[in-house]
Design a binder for this molecule. Structure first.
Ligand code: MOS
Length: 733
């Protein structure tokens, strides 16, 4: 592996993280804390008839065992996409119903973790089981057109531009191919965990989350208490990737248990249980038909998607919106169907739709380039556009052609020979060079930033955003330090904490474009106020010196920030803890981030083992605020893409339902030895329309396009076009 050359100022929280001073949810150990463990359902669907908890209760150190019969009165809350706070509408232990394998049926509270785990293993239950289906091609799966569901059609309706059917019928050259995505699990390093502590009627929840407000409102609703009595503290999240974007199943149970026990309670949900009790990337099937005219231009795309959901919630499909934005294809028709199966409700996993939409579309574009004998890079550049293909609106910025040109240059694409199997490495490996692009919407949420300058020179910023490892503390510090001329290390951020500014869901790659412009506006306001005060009183110096000369202990300012054209009522949604995101379609323009990936693979010809020694990724995310953390995010996304292309799949045993490889030994992800050189470059052109800071978004676009670039490189190396992920040895032999 080559040296990693980071640029930009260091992470402001790097030292804390290395020293263990950054406190994550499960790091908390309040005095007298008890430990909890879950017993879970061994059937997929049906009813619990009886639970035997006697052996568990008899275990030394066990304080209590709670089931749906003894946990007390709890209220049901709704699914995120039905306006509720929860990851799904089924909350365990509210009734005897079982909707998926691994659903919790009992919670043990004990003095030690060991006692809790041991006792939970002694719990047995008698069930009435019903037939179930756990795969989208299973016999009991129910298929529905998404357009016929109650899901909001302005967001999840069919994606139509021009007359794709007619253009397809008259096309001269055609590709018709079907691609399969397996279910996958996010597996953030930090497990989902809750520490709940009551102080009188005040409840504090310590938990890693992307959405402190949803946790607060959700727990309050389930327990039937006022949200103002609930505090959620989540200063650091050990990876979210969408799995921590809403109220988890355990939080209110732990809070109820702590209330009943009269002591703080901690539950860390083990990895194997998380495969069933947290969200996952649903399985999906994508048929792509591309038609090119006699000028070798793709003029028609028909894109049909089947995507898995649960029996109890409609987790929407939204693959077509991104697929239509990759290239300037004038006639596009995207139709999506949902397939109900007996699983927990799937959810958002990093580039939830865009990753596989780019895999399907960019594999098909590569197939078309080969039929037409066109260079894959030049073929993509020939389909560039400045106009949004769906709405006809101008794009706020699109530098994808620059990403392709610069990437080709950095990667030395010109050494590539066109024919598959035409490049052989010195050691006899089949060498393949592939390219693909990706895009991701540039959305923004409403935000309120509060900035407080203290007499000691420190600056406290609070704004609605969560630090999940992406480096938003560093981005906030960078912009505030630049405006106020204070050291970045002097900036403290109160984020992911309901005691600070309203905490909005951090997802959809809108974190930086949401929090940084709001913080910048507050810093600008602070600067103006300091200037006015110093002129008035005739004092001068650094912000802290001015404050001191004025005899003030601190100075606070607030700034509100909305996306362009975003209705001000969104600030009310923000304040009440609801989702207040906006975009990518704004008044008069459309905004997306883009990326191009260039991949080299080496395939060992006897075992067909695939290696990825080198990737060059060039991103257009608007202005780069924090180069070091941005580069790191690209590398992380590329590693995710390698995992998606070559490793990750959640396996299902259709006899028993649930997910089989539910641990990190059997759910394969890339390890260090699987990762070669990743070279990152940014176009770094500020977006002129989206916000004053010129920021689009980065966290998810980085993963889009990696998997098809790898599959395209494997085609170039071997001549085999593989349309199902992950690609493994057996598919190449
Ligand atoms: Mo992200 S998958 O939108 O949390």
């Amino acid at each position: 592996m080559s040296d990693i050359a980071f640029s930009g100022s260091p992470r402001v929280d790097a030292a804390d993280k290395v020293k263990g001073a950054a406190i994550f949810g499960a790091d908390r150990c309040p005095k007298n804390m008890l430990h909890a463990a879950l017993a879970v359902s061994s059937i997929v669907k049906g009813r619990v008839e009886a639970i035997d908890v006697d052996a568990a209760r008899a275990q030394k150190g066990v304080r209590d065992v709670l089931t749906h019969e003894t946990i007390g009165e709890l209220n049901k809350v709704g699914f995120l996409l039905g306006g509720g706070p929860a990851a799904q509408s089924v909350q365990p232990m509210l009734s005897s119903n079982i909707a998926y394998r691994g659903q919790p049926i009992a919670l043990v509270i004990a003095e030690t973790l060991e006692a809790a785990v041991e006792a939970a293993s002694l719990i047995t239950a008698r069930y009435t089981a019903e037939p179930f289906t756990s795969t989208i091609d299973g016999p009991g799966a129910t298929v529905m057109q998404q357009a016929d569901t109650p899901l909001p059609q302005e967001l999840f309706g069919d994606t139509i531009a021009g007359d794709a059917l007619k253009a397809w019928e008259t096309a001269v050259t055609k590709v018709d191919a079907t691609y399969h995505s397996p279910p996958q699990h996010q597996n953030p390093m930090e497990l989902i965990a809750t520490v709940a502590q009551w102080d009188g009627n005040q409840l504090t929840i310590y938990e890693g989350t992307q959405n402190s407000s949803a946790v607060r409102n959700g727990v309050a609703s389930i327990l039937g208490i006022d949200p103002s009595t609930v505090t959620v503290v989540s200063p650091y999240v050990g990876g979210g990737f969408g799995q921590k974007n809403s109220l988890q199943m355990q939080t209110a149970l732990v809070a109820a248990a702590a209330r009943k026990a009269g002591a703080p309670v901690k539950l860390v949900v083990p990895r194997a249980q998380l495969f069933h009790d947290a969200t996952f990337r649903p399985a999906s099937v994508h048929r792509v038909r591309l038609g090119a005219d006699s000028d070798e231009k793709v003029v028609a795309a028909l894109y049909d998607v089947d995507s898995q959901t649960s029996r109890h919630d409609l987790f929407p499909a939204d693959y077509t919106d991104a697929a239509a934005r990759l290239h300037g294809i004038p006639n596009f028709k995207g139709l999506q169907r949902l397939v109900q199966t007996d699983v927990q409700t799937p959810g958002y996993m990093r580039a939830p739709y865009e990753h596989f939409a780019s895999f399907a579309m960019e594999s098909a574009m590569d197939e078309m380039a080969y039929i037409l004998k066109r260079d894959p890079v030049a073929f993509r550049i020939a389909h560039d556009t400045n106009v949004d293909p769906v709405t006809g609106l101008p794009l706020s910025s699109r530098h994808l052609a620059e990403c392709l040109r610069r990437g080709a240059d950095l990667f030395a694409w010109s050494r590539r020979t066109f024919e598959p199997r035409s490049m052989i490495a010195e050691n006899g490996d089949l060498q393949g060079l592939g390219v693909a692009v990706g895009c991701y919407k540039a959305a923004t949420a409403a935000a309120i930033a509060r900035l407080t300058l203290k007499a000691d020179g420190r600056v406290l910023v609070s704004v609605g955003v969560h630090e999940m490892g992406q480096g938003v503390r560093t981005a906030l510090a960078a912009v505030i330090s630049e405006i106020l001329k204070v050291p970045a290390q002097a900036v403290d951020a109160v984020i992911g904490d309901t005691r600070g500014s309203p905490q909005h869901l951090t997802a959809g790659s809108w974190g930086t474009a949401t929090a940084v412009p709001a913080a910048a506006a507050a810093a600008q306001k602070m600067l103006e106020e300091l200037r006015a005060l110093s002129a008035e009183k005739g004092v001068s110096g650094s912000p802290a010196q001015v404050l001191k000369a004025l005899g003030r202990d601190e100075l606070s300012v607030d700034a509100e920030h909305l996306a362009p054209g975003q209705p001000p009522q969104m600030l009310d949604a923000l304040k009440s803890g609801n989702v207040a995101a906006f975009g990518p379609i704004y008044k008069g323009f459309v905004s997306f981030s883009y990326i191009a990936h260039f991949v080299e693979v080496r395939v060992e010809p006897s075992t067909m083992r695939v290696r990825v020694p080198r990737i060059v990724s060039v991103a257009d995310c608007g202005r780069v605020v924090s180069p070091r953390t941005a580069e790191s995010q690209v590398r992380g996304g590329v590693v995710w893409g390698i995992g998606a292309a070559l490793r990750e799949a959640s396996e299902i045993d259709t006899r028993y339902g649930g997910f089989l490889n539910s641990d990190m030994a059997e759910y394969l992800i890339p390890v260090n030895a699987d990762i070669g050189e990743i070279e990152v470059s940014f176009v770094n052109e500020p977006d002129p329309l989206l916000n004053e800071a010129g920021i689009k978004g980065l966290g998810e676009v980085v993963m889009t396009g990696v998997a098809p670039a790898i599959a395209n490189a494997i085609f170039h190396a071997t001549g085999k076009r593989l349309r199902d992920l992950p690609i493994r040895l057996e598919h190449l032999l």
